[in-house]
Design a protein around this ligand. Structure first.
Ligand code: GSH
Length: 204
């Protein structure tokens, strides 16, 4: 296990929160550096691909949130029991990312008229398309995504689902009981509960 972690991200939960959840779960100490949006333009070019989060592990700088989360999950034995289960975790995270990308692209739309026009299809077609399928996966796997086992896919979805709900100003959890139960299960893990209580309050 590495000995020093420094995460740099904006002062939001966003793509950083699954990483923060996993670090909290593992009891891994880290520096949670949050930069203001105004600081970002001057800093962007100093990051590997002009995006955050980045995580410095024992002095080495990494980017891509899912790769970082997967690495930490491996250290914590949260990638399932074999390569197939590890792939199943990736499939959940990548599929959830397909949904997340659509919601955040809608969220960032600057033209209010276009945004309003796209809100209906997003909430009434795209989100249910994914959520209904996630519900079935959870049902089939006794409440977790992969073979009834706790994996990083559960942490990832629990954290990011709240974020996309906040972006859309919709409480998705009320509509999808299996996802709600998963979210509660993860939120009630003592280390996560402790983190949620002390983390900065952010809009998403
Ligand atoms: N695939 C990347 C996406 C990173 C990403 O899009 N980060 C956004 C914040 S959530 C960002 O850095 N935006 C600032 C910019 O693009 O200038 C990851 O998962 O880390």
């Amino acid at each position: 296990m590495a000995s020093s972690y420094k995460m740099t991200y904006f002062d939001i939960r966003g793509l950083g929160e699954p990483i923060r959840y996993l670090l909290a779960y593992g009891g891994i100490e880290y520096e949670d550096k949050r930069i203001a949006f105004e600081e970002w333009p001057a800093m962007k070019n100093s990051t590997p691909y002009g995006k955050l989060p980045t995580v410095e592990i024992d002095g080495q700088l990494f980017h891509q949130s899912a790769a970082i989360a997967r690495y930490i999950a491996k250290q914590l034995k949260l990638t399932g029991d074999d390569d197939v289960e590890a792939m199943m975790c990736d499939i959940v995270v990548d599929t959830f990312t397909d949904l997340r990308v659509q919601t955040s692209s809608w969220f960032r739309e600057k033209d209010e008229a276009i945004k309003e026009k796209k809100r209906g299809p997003l909430l009434n077609e795209i989100v249910p398309f994914y959520m209904e399928r996630f519900e079935k996966e959870l049902e089939k796997n006794s409440g977790n995504f992969v073979k009834g086992k706790l994996t990083w896919a559960d942490f990832y979805v629990a954290a990011v689902m709240e974020v996309i709900g906040d972006m859309c100003k919709e409480n998705f959890l009320e509509k999808y009981p299996n996802l709600k139960a998963l979210n509660e299960k993860i939120s009630n893990i003592p280390q996560i509960k402790d983190w949620i209580q002390k983390r900065p309050i952010t809009p998403f």
